[in-house]
Ligand binder design. Sequence first.
Ligand SMILES: *[C@@H]1O[C@H](CO)[C@@H](O)[C@H](O)[C@H]1NC(C)=O
Ligand SMILES: *[C@@H]1O[C@H](CO)[C@@H](O)[C@H](O)[C@H]1NC(C)=O
Ligand SMILES: *[C@@H]1O[C@H](CO)[C@@H](O)[C@H](O)[C@H]1NC(C)=O
Ligand SMILES: *[C@@H]1O[C@H](CO)[C@@H](O)[C@H](O)[C@H]1NC(C)=O
Length: 421
Amino acid sequence: MLPASLTSITSIIVHLIDFFAVNKLQTSPTPLKSLSFELRHLHAVSPFGHVVFQDVPSLPEGFSPQHENRTFNIKTRQISTQRGPDFDSLWQARVHSMKFGQSQRLNWEEVIIPGPDVESRETLLQLAKMSSNAYLTPEEPEWYDLGGGWNNTYPFGWDDDGFRGQVFATPDNSTVIVSIKGTSAGGIVGGGGPTVKKDKLNDNLLFSCCCAKVDWTWTTVCSCYRNGWKCDLDCLETALIEESLFYSVGINLYNNLTYIYPDSNIWIIGHSLGGALASLVGVTFGVPVVAFESPGERMAAGRLHLPSPPSTQHVTHVYHTADPIAMGTCNGILSSCSLGGYAMETRCHLGKSIIYDTVSNCSWSVDIRTHTIVSVIERVLSAPWPPSAEIGREVPEADFEEDCVECYSWEFGSYPAKLEP
Ligand SMILES: *[C@@H]1O[C@H](CO)[C@@H](O)[C@H](O)[C@H]1NC(C)=O
Ligand SMILES: *[C@@H]1O[C@H](CO)[C@@H](O)[C@H](O)[C@H]1NC(C)=O
Ligand SMILES: *[C@@H]1O[C@H](CO)[C@@H](O)[C@H](O)[C@H]1NC(C)=O
Ligand SMILES: *[C@@H]1O[C@H](CO)[C@@H](O)[C@H](O)[C@H]1NC(C)=O
């Protein structure tokens, strides 16, 4: 366990590397054309924990994709990212790091690839719509922009592990986008589908400071807390690694996709928990990520001992300040999260964040209902954002969350449980 001062020096170094990587990038901006993505597969988790894919029938001949709106046009730009070593080496590094508490040096190779143009509002809007579809079965009316040919039921996976989404690809397969579903908002906002239970366990492990111990009356998901706001880090990391089904399923999903699309650039997108997972998987493999309203996942990345590349600037978060989940403020005893049995306490994000200040600029009140992807699509991204438009930008500037502090009332360290007499 690193002393706090050393941890912050490490983080400064990481940010410096990011800083230089970004500046280097800005010297060679190459605007690229838009890419057109078509829905190809749904993905879900089988009852046996395998990632399964369902092909989506292609459009009948003579159907105009524009007319049917089954395709999404996304502006791209060159981005620099790091490709890690092969999967086995990555995995061994992670195991080594978990066992011995120290990271191994890995060779990351810088590559320039087309990534989403996150400075374009229209691009963010399209990606948000694609993320939104991951929540829905095709019969549901909110299904965005999917036209004819959709009369099919997808029996597997929908009601199980709460991990599902879609796969989109360009006609030549050069770029593939995978979307990952988040927490079923019903769990927090009321209602609630069958995936809520599993989502809740994962949310509480990944995004609380210490086993979701919000106050001393809570039943928690692990028992690593000790008296006086002390938290045993070894215990916490073990719990996270054993229970974090989502991260390992995410890794399998990515691996399977690279079998189907061996030569493609893969981007990962998602909303809420899905956004956090998109980021955790994207950081592992050095691929472009756009995450909407994700809770702070930086702490989870550390606790999961992810092998992460020297720079995380290929990860872009998009969120707004009235969303207590993305802001890490949904955790008071009377908050809607606590009442629903969630503890969302972390607030620092990996990579760069595009933050819409809906509280200051639109007088929104902080409200869990603004967390939904539909609210982001319809109320944040659908029209030009005045504070950005005023200064000639389409979206707020993306920035690293340099001074972010979280879970400061807890003391993390080695506090083995005392045996009961
Ligand atoms: C889907 O197909 C079934 C028959 O296979 C039909 O009864 C149903 O009305 C169709 N639904 C829609 C929305 O077209
Ligand atoms: C794209 O990948 C799919 C697999 O989903 C394959 O069937 C198809 O032939 C590929 N198309 C091209 C142009 O390579
Ligand atoms: C996905 O990968 C797993 C191993 O990680 C493998 O067992 C499975 O067959 C793969 N599935 C597909 C559809 O490629
Ligand atoms: C938007 O909010 C920021 C503070 O977050 C403030 O500096 C700016 O002036 C506001 N702009 C408008 C148009 O309200």
